[in-house]
Design a protein around this ligand. Structure first.
Ligand code: DC
Length: 235
């Protein structure tokens, strides 16, 4: 059997907030020289766009219209750091705040919004390959992904990591409050009716509580390379 010309390999990485997905995906994408889809940023951007356009966070149809027409650019600033523009305005700091994360989680629970963002996410799938970071990458958006990983860690470890990240980015943070908010957000992400946070049946589940970043990156790369070799054997 020949491999169809247009099959672009995808590594789908899902897991709850603070499981290390963002860092791991960035590192793996760099190593493979693949594109990166930060799907959480799309929900965060929808929440920011709602604030800007005076749309209520429970107005599904209006939010879905905003999501479908998001004018967004992902790039790098002069120092090589992340830069995200919404309607031409730099919102890099704004979308990384905990307030925005909590709003994004509410917006992400609305089925119309999720449906409105599907096509945009599919457009990131281009050669030589895509690392997709999210909650439903392996289950809903890229069910045919070449390789799937589900990252977990204890709630305490995830709150600690988030705390460190926020302080490093210059945000105020309170560890106890973060722990509660992470638990609430997990509950909302796991229990929503559409695309709940869930490991795909064929995902490698990795508990990263006692692992450092290098160890996780290594393990994910090993798994990805094994899956790529396996998919080559099939064709
Ligand atoms: O990964 P993150 O913290 O940037 O995601 C922000 C919120 O968006 C999070 O609460 C869950 C939601 N989300 C989602 O429902 N589906 C995705 N594919 C990515 C994020």
């Amino acid at each position: 059997m020949n491999a169809p010309d247009q099959i672009v390999p995808v590594l789908a990485v899902d897991g709850p907030s603070g499981s290390g997905k963002g860092t791991i995906c960035r590192r793996v994408a760099e190593q493979m020289n693949w594109r990166l889809l930060d799907s959480g940023a799309l929900y965060r951007l929808t929440a920011v766009a709602a604030g800007r356009h005076g749309v209520a966070l429970d107005d599904g149809p209006a939010l879905a219209r905003l999501a479908a027409g998001l004018e967004v650019e992902f790039g790098a600033d002069e120092g090589g750091g992340e830069q995200v523009l919404l309607e031409g305005r730099d919102v890099t700091g704004e979308i990384r705040s905990e307030t925005c994360g909590n709003e994004a989680s509410k917006v992400a629970a609305i089925p119309l919004v999720r449906a409105a963002l599907v096509a945009l996410q599919h457009r990131f799938r281009r050669l030589p390959g895509l690392v997709a970071d999210g909650r439903d990458m392996g289950t809903v958006i890229f069910p045919d992904a070449t390789s799937k990983v589900f990252l977990t860690a204890s709630p305490e470890a995830r709150a600690q990591r988030r705390y460190k990240q926020l302080i490093e980015k210059g945000f105020d943070a309170n560890l106890v409050r973060l722990c509660t908010e992470i638990a609430e957000r997990d509950e909302r992400d796991r229990k929503r009716e559409v695309s709940p946070l869930l490991a795909a049946d064929d995902a490698l589940v990795l508990d990263t509580t006692a692992m450092n970043i290098d160890q996780v990156v290594q393990r994910v790369l090993e798994h990805l390379r094994a899956c790529l070799a396996e998919s080559k054997r099939k064709y």
